[in-house]
Ligand binder design. Structure first.
Ligand code: SF4
Length: 389
């Protein structure tokens, strides 16, 4: 289903105009404390006469200890717990399925709590190991939306269409739950987060910036913003906003084609925000932040893996200091694009190195459980949401 140009315009607004969970429970009208930002939580506590340190304790129970009941917040005064019990609740997503790949990657299916259509999302834990088998990097790939409006040709999520944004609490919940699993399995907390799961993160700008801020808070998981990467298909307005606001995490551009005609074919967003517009946003971002940009480039067989494509990619990398990840695509059922052959990969990489471009090849992780790049999606045959593609 192709949407009108006004849908494309709305897709470029800072937050998508979608159903987002409200701050209150639809049955009881109690307040969902996890719908509040830290500042709102502090204000809520202040309004009720609870001192700042009580607000910090409440925040810590929610986001560091992962407690789901006010009665378990044992260092809060009994009266405060009782008040919260009567007037508030703690929304949370529920893990409903876990699949482990032969390479150690684990895909999690979560049930949302709002009984909306397509109320499930996926997130992935990608472990890297030292030669002795001990865990090294533990990367979590989180979802930011239920489905996605952007309809990239190679992406299983895009085929679902768009249903709704996740709240910042629902994004933090994915991280928090997977962090607990990492502690259990590997005895250490997660080391990196990438917003590269279901959805376009910058299409849900407020929730992703709020969730990243909570995740890096010292009273939460306390992951350095340097270890948090937000990806985008290239929403230029939001890239500029990230720069203007001084958001401290890393930016990755899902590029996947370096020539407009080709990018138009696989990423509908490119017809309204082309590579020249992306260039201006990226250069603005770099001038403001001085942080290198990462480009993600899925290599498709005989589509974007020619010498000409490598030359075009090399010129884009020259826009601003950058890193390039060449990703070997995990084939998706019903998608004609296929993973590039090894000989074409070698030729592509050699050409990049002639341009003195340092690029890293990222091999498939979790493709046996459909947990790789572009493979996250829920249920075949489910109803389809909104899309610009
Ligand atoms: S690649 Fe990202 S932006 Fe494109 S359809 Fe998939 S989730 Fe959406």
């Amino acid at each position: 289903m192709r949407e009108s140009s006004s849908d494309i315009t709305s897709a470029q607004s800072e937050d998508s105009p979608s159903i987002t969970p409200t701050k209150s429970n639809h049955v009881t009208s109690k307040l969902d404390v996890k719908s509040l930002t830290k500042e709102e939580l502090l204000a809520y506590c202040a309004e009720h006469g609870w001192p700042r340190f009580r607000a910090d304790q409440l925040f810590q129970w929610l986001y560091q200890k992962g407690v789901h009941k006010f009665e378990d917040m044992t260092n809060l005064p009994k009266k405060m717990r009782e008040y919260l019990q009567d007037n508030a609740f703690i929304n949370r997503i529920t893990p409903s399925l876990e699949q482990q790949s032969k390479d150690g990657t684990i895909k999690f299916l979560f049930q949302l709590n709002d009984r909306q259509e397509n109320d499930k999302i996926e997130a992935v834990l990608i472990p890297d190991f030292y030669p002795d088998g001990a865990a090294n990097r533990l990367t979590v790939c989180v979802s930011s939306q239920v489905g996605c409006v952007f309809g990239c040709q190679f992406c299983a999520t895009g085929k679902m269409g768009f249903f709704r944004n996740l709240s910042h609490g629902e994004i933090v919940d994915q991280v928090q739950y997977i962090n607990e699993i990492a502690m259990e399995k590997y005895g250490k907390k997660i080391t990196n987060i990438v917003y590269m799961g279901m959805g376009e993160p910058l299409h849900n700008y407020t929730a992703i910036t709020q969730s990243a801020s909570i995740i890096s808070d010292p009273l939460s998981i306390e992951l350095s913003p340097k270890r948090i990467t937000v990806s985008t298909v290239g929403l230029t307005k939001q890239i500029i906003k990230l720069a203007d606001e001084g958001q401290p995490f890393n930016l990755a551009i899902s590029l996947h084609a370096a020539i407009d005609d080709k990018r138009d074919k696989i990423m509908p967003i490119n017809s309204s925000m082309n590579l020249e517009q992306l260039k201006q946003a990226v250069q603005y971002y770099y001038q403001a932040t001085e942080r290198a940009i990462t480009y993600e480039y899925l290599l498709f067989d005989e589509f974007n893996d020619s010498i000409e494509d490598a030359d075009a990619l090399a010129s884009i990398v020259g826009w601003a200091p950058s890193k390039v990840n060449i990703i070997m695509y995990n084939n998706v059922a019903g998608v004609a694009l296929r993973r590039a052959r090894e000989d074409r990969l070698d030729r592509f990489m050699n050409r990049l190195s002639k341009h003195k471009i340092r690029a890293t090849v990222r091999r498939s992780r979790g493709d046996d459980i459909d947990a790789g790049c572009g493979q996250l999606a829920i249920r075949e045959g489910a109803p389809r949401g909104k899309s610009i593609a």
